[in-house]
Design a protein around this ligand. Structure first.
Ligand code: NDP
Length: 331
């Protein structure tokens, strides 16, 4: 079977040379374990941080060892009570064709409850939960708020903006990196306004899109987006610090935001979070998201790349903005 290993650690932007495709025997399941044939795997921006040898909330990848991350697969051999051969499971051993996992490290999912199995990596998985927790619990969104979402055409951002709309936002504004993405936000996802951050300074475009200011900022990007949002936030505004993708590949982190002092006078609340510490919200989220999905009120668009060997390119594609919605790899 094939697996993808970390060949070397990048400096700045990663390249295909940082990855290695290796052949290795299919592992055997031990007592209490299952053997899984992977069907889909996730590529996520946080994996860029794991390519560095740095202390963080999650362990770094090891040079010479397979990468890991969220995946969906079918159980082909089971030595675990309660998990049948043929069950579809969500787990954390992506980047390989087959994986062995302890029974308590997999979650059996219902294929019939999702539009595609890959939705368990996106809308109905960690991505959707990130949007839900970030918007509702961290930014404490309230009906009638004007909401700005950056990275809005991506996996988390597109769900965050749609939840804001469905929960009664006054106005939802999104930023993204292409004309096609901007069109998608307004025409397909129901954003009230959207702009391409590459066209003109974010500050000017945000001001034009939100003349009365914003109450909530869902930050996936950091940098100039965060600075612009601080300028547009109304008194008592709230910010969910979800990610800062603008700086993941920078060798020298940007200074700023230069206007952070505004947070004092406006009495702003800026709060970071890691979704893995909010798993208790999954049942609430799934109940609401499944109903939206069933009623056709929420879109779960994905960009699907074919083949494990193309997973490194899919991952690099996420960093370059080649995805609309969740980027997944079909094995
Ligand atoms: P996305 O699907 O949003 O993919 C990343 C997107 O970022 C790209 O499509 C690209 O779109 C955009 N991007 C890349 N570089 C830049 C840049 N310099 N400036 C602005 N936008 C850029 O990924 P996810 O939805 O999985 O993740 C979104 C964010 O959420 C990331 O920051 C990630 O780290 C974070 N995250 C945080 C979690 C948490 O627990 N806190 C959990 C999951 C994700 P474009 O064409 O618009 O540039």
């Amino acid at each position: 079977m094939k697996e993808i290993r970390l060949a070397s650690r990048p400096t700045g932007w990663p390249t295909a040379a940082n990855f290695e495709i290796a052949e290795t025997p299919v592992p055997a399941a031990g007592d209490g374990q299952v053997l899984i044939r992977n069907l889909y795997m996730s590529v996520d921006p946080y994996m860029r941080g794991r390519m560095n040898d740095a202390k963080s909330y999650i362990a770094p990848f090891q040079v010479g060892a397979p990468l890991d991350g969220a995946a969906i697969g079918e159980v082909v051999e089971s030595r675990a009570e309660g998990i049948e051969v043929g069950a579809v499971v969500a787990h954390g051993y992506g980047w390989r064709e087959y994986a062995v996992a302890d029974a308590n490290r997999v979650r059996v999912v219902d294929p019939a409850a999702a539009p595609t199995l890959s939705a368990y990596l996106g809308l109905l998985g960690m991505t959707g939960l990130t949007a839900y927790v970030g918007l509702l619990d961290i930014a404490r969104f309230r009906e009638g708020d004007t909401v700005f979402v950056s990275g809005a055409a991506g996996a988390v951002g597109s769900v965050a903006g749609q939840i804001a709309r469905l929960r009664g936002a006054k106005r939802v504004i999104g930023s993204a990196g292409s004309a096609e993405k901007v069109r998608h936000l307004v025409e397909d996802l129901g954003f009230d306004a959207a702009f391409n951050y590459k066209d003109a300074p974010v500050r000017d475009q945000l001001r034009a899109a939100a003349p009365d200011g914003i109450d909530v900022y869902f930050d996936n990007v950091g940098g100039d987006h965060l600075e612009a949002a601080l300028g547009s936030l109304n008194k008592f505004g709230r910010v969910a610090l979800c990610g800062a993708i603008a700086q993941y590949n920078e060798e020298v982190p940007p200074a700023g935001p230069r206007n952070l002092g505004l947070a004092v006078g406006k009495e702003l609340n800026l709060r970071g979070f890691i979704v893995g510490n909010h798993n208790h919200r999954m049942p609430d989220f799934l109940a609401e998201a499944s109903a939206w999905l069933r009623d056709g009120q929420i879109s779960a668009r994905e960009t699907v790349v074919e083949g494990l060997v193309n997973a490194p390119e899919a991952f690099l594609g996420v960093l370059r903005g080649e995805n609309i919605g969740k980027m997944v790899v079909r094995l």
